[in-house]
Design a protein around this ligand. Structure first.
Ligand SMILES: NC(=O)c1ccc[n+]([C@@H]2O[C@H](COP(=O)([O-])OP(=O)(O)OC[C@H]3O[C@@H](n4cnc5c(N)ncnc54)[C@H](OP(=O)(O)O)[C@@H]3O)[C@@H](O)[C@H]2O)c1
Length: 244
């Protein structure tokens, strides 16, 4: 389905980003796997992706840093001969009640989750304009839609992602670039490790289970594929009904 397309996935060393990279590769896309600290894990994802017969390479890139994004994107454009799909997935949490949240906790989460996506979009902007084609997928969260106590920084970053998504969708629509957001609920990854056994939380989810990274990846494949060419500026929840 994505045969011959070149995809860049941030935060692809683990969790949802890893699942998206592998599902894209399985569907024929070449994948640039971006990571921050987990070099070995990212290299392993690249190896697993390459086993599907596609080109796959890992790149260290702290998305919070504009210069790092710039250097990495130009390296990828050289290595892959252009970018068709960008997935802004890298994200962190630093949860605390707003009263106890210090400025560093707030800034770090905004810098990675929101500015990181902006940096990557800005670095890929000309590439998409030139191609007159592209798919941008930003990973938001139900926290950005509903808010969540203890996540003032994270919810603000994920709500910001929704505004960013709609703005870029409008700016690039004339160039046949679609930009959409995925808003997951609770998905089983390192980020939600402490929630796994939380019965109270599971009770709040109408489908009574956490989601799997592979389920988010399947939705990302749909949004990256040409079948969804008429969808842009949309936010799709994948949350077992949590935010309905
Ligand atoms: N899991 C959920 O329930 C859930 C729900 C809603 C939304 N989300 C969103 O989905 C995305 C992926 O979450 P996840 O659960 O898969 O998280 P995860 O397992 O904790 O993985 C986070 C990924 O982001 C990367 N990362 C962190 N900081 C980075 C930075 N400054 N620059 C580049 N990469 C960075 C990590 O790279 P390293 O390993 O190299 O550090 C890692 O690959 C995040 O945006 C998260 O907010 C997750």
């Amino acid at each position: 389905m994505l045969k011959g397309k070149n995809a860049v996935i941030t935060g692809a060393s683990r969790g949802i980003g890893r699942a998206i990279a592998l599902k894209f590769a399985e569907n024929g896309a070449n994948v640039a796997i971006l990571y921050n600290g987990s070099k070995d894990k990212a290299e392993k994802v690249a190896q697993e992706a390459a086993a599907f017969g596609v080109k796959a390479k890992a790149y260290a890139c702290n998305v919070a840093l504009a210069d790092a994004c710039k250097e990495t994107v130009s390296e990828i454009i050289k290595d892959f001969d252009g970018i068709d799909i960008l997935v802004n997935n890298a994200g962190i949490t630093r949860d605390k009640l707003a009263l106890q949240m210090d400025e560093n906790d707030f800034d770090a989460v905004i810098a990675t989750n929101l500015k990181g996506a902006f940096h990557m979009i800005q670095c890929c902007y000309r590439n998409f304009m030139k191609k007159k084609y592209g798919k941008i997928i930003n990973i938001s969260s139900v926290s950005g839609i509903m808010g969540n106590a203890g996540q003032a920084n994270y919810s603000a970053s994920k709500a910001g992602i929704i505004g960013l998504t709609k703005t870029i969708a409008k700016e690039l629509a004339g160039r046949h670039v679609c930009c959409n957001a995925i808003a997951p609920g609770f998905i089983e990854t390192d980020m939600t490790e402490s929630f796994k056994e939380n019965e109270e939380l599971l009770h709040m989810i109408p489908l009574k289970r956490m989601g799997k990274a592979e389920e988010v990846a399947a939705l990302a494949v749909f949004l990256a594929d040409d079948v969804s060419d008429y969808i842009t500026g949309e936010v799709i929840r994948i949350d077992g009904g949590l935010a309905m």
